[in-house]
Write a protein that binds this ligand. Structure first.
Ligand SMILES: O=C(O)CCC(=O)C(=O)O
Ligand SMILES: [Fe+2]
Length: 353
């Protein structure tokens, strides 16, 4: 709630020391900072981003998210996507499974399609609750435009380092091509968190479906499982710092060079658990029709990585839209028939936990 003083993140829980990347230096082309970004994207696939210039837009979006997800359940349920949309609209807590045993999640989301945000007043996919529609000009579109701009700069730098022709990554993420890109508000009610054990997943272990996630946290609860680690580690929220991560599509395009790391949400640690957990993310996903295959013909470095990987590992045989649809479909509680459904919804780096 605006004005609520949140308890600090505890200093006695295991955290992952993400690299802090300075966006203003990346924009200037600072060679050392570009090296650090490359290290973050290839080793863990998660990093903090400071000086990104979207701080005010993100704050305004938290207000929009609270106004939206604090609506009565009955009102929010009018915006459930139904069968024909991928994820745009409202997802109630308990709609998804969190693990192969079929335990339900406890996160609710409102996901707003980039195509709707950029098309308003026209409707590209659907409409959203009044607080979202009424804030399109004041928060939703300004935040989205900043997120698209920041993502474009990071992709340009990562594309150069991958040996891709200039504009290659931009061409598979054109804002004017219909895609699964979306701004998402998330809430986990404190009343659910404080009854749950600290290890109970609110959102199960997953990799992100798309290319890149630009995430904003206030309370803890996000955890990452670094490769070779002895367990889950919290990502400590730092004011003004976004949390960025690579998703499956960039992992596939790069033949595995960029990492799409597994993460999950658990109740915020210790005293923080009693509070509602709000978060905000902009997901960049490739254009719907883009084949999800390594960009080997455009980069010798990617071709070499693919040649060294097990045969066919990165050949999905589907488009970005097909990949997204498969993953969303198989995580639904009502479609769950056993561990095989969970397995059928997995992404590039799924491991057993
Ligand atoms: O709320 C968070 O911190 C993470 C959300 C997330 O991982 C997702 O929506 O994919
Ligand atoms: Fe995620």
């Amino acid at each position: 709630m605006p004005g609520t003083v949140l308890p600090p993140f505890p200093d006695d829980v295991p955290t992952v020391p993400l690299l802090i990347i300075d966006y203003s230096l990346i924009k200037e082309g600072d060679a050392r900072e570009v090296d650090r970004l490359w290290q973050a994207a290839t080793e863990l696939g998660f990093w903090y981003l400071k000086n990104h210039g979207a701080e005010e837009e993100a704050d305004a979006m938290f207000d929009t998210g609270e106004a939206t997800l604090n609506l009565p359940l009955e009102e929010k349920m009018k915006f459930e996507p139904g069968e024909h949309f991928l994820s745009f609209g409202y997802k109630h807590a308990g709609w998804m499974v969190t693990d192969k045993a079929g335990n339900p999640d406890s996160v609710e989301f409102m996901s707003v399609s980039k195509d709707d945000i950029l098309a308003r007043p026209a409707v590209a996919n659907r409409t959203y609750p009044t607080p979202v529609e009424a804030s399109m000009d004041s928060s939703v579109r300004p935040f989205t435009i900043k997120a698209i701009e920041i993502t474009g700069v990071l992709f340009s730098v990562l594309g150069d380092r991958l040996g891709l022709p200039k504009g290659m990554l931009a061409s598979v993420h054109r804002p004017d091509e219909r895609s699964g890109s979306e701004a998402r508000f998330l809430k986990v009610a404190g009343s659910l968190n404080c009854q749950a054990p600290p290890e109970k997943a609110s959102l199960g272990a997953h990799t992100d479906y798309g290319s890149f996630s630009f995430l904003h946290n206030r309370l803890g609860g996000l955890q990452v499982f670094p490769l070779g680690s002895d367990g889950w580690k919290y990502v400590k929220p730092i004011p003004g710092h976004a949390i960025c991560n690579i998703g499956d599509a960039m992992n596939i395009f790069s033949g595995g060079i960029l990492r799409s790391n597994v993460h999950r949400i658990v109740p915020p640690p210790k005293e923080q658990a009693a509070y509602d957990r709000w978060s905000l993310v902009y997901f960049t996903r490739p254009g719907d029709s883009v084949p999800l295959e390594p960009l080997s013909e455009q980069s010798a470095m990617i071709a070499d990585a693919v040649a060294k990987a097990p045969a066919g590992k990165y050949n999905t045989g589907t488009t970005a839209k097909g990949w997204f649809a498969r993953r969303v479909r198989n995580v639904q509680l009502t479609k769950f028939t056993g561990p095989q459904t969970w397995q059928a919804g997995k992404g590039t780096e799924h491991q057993e936990f």
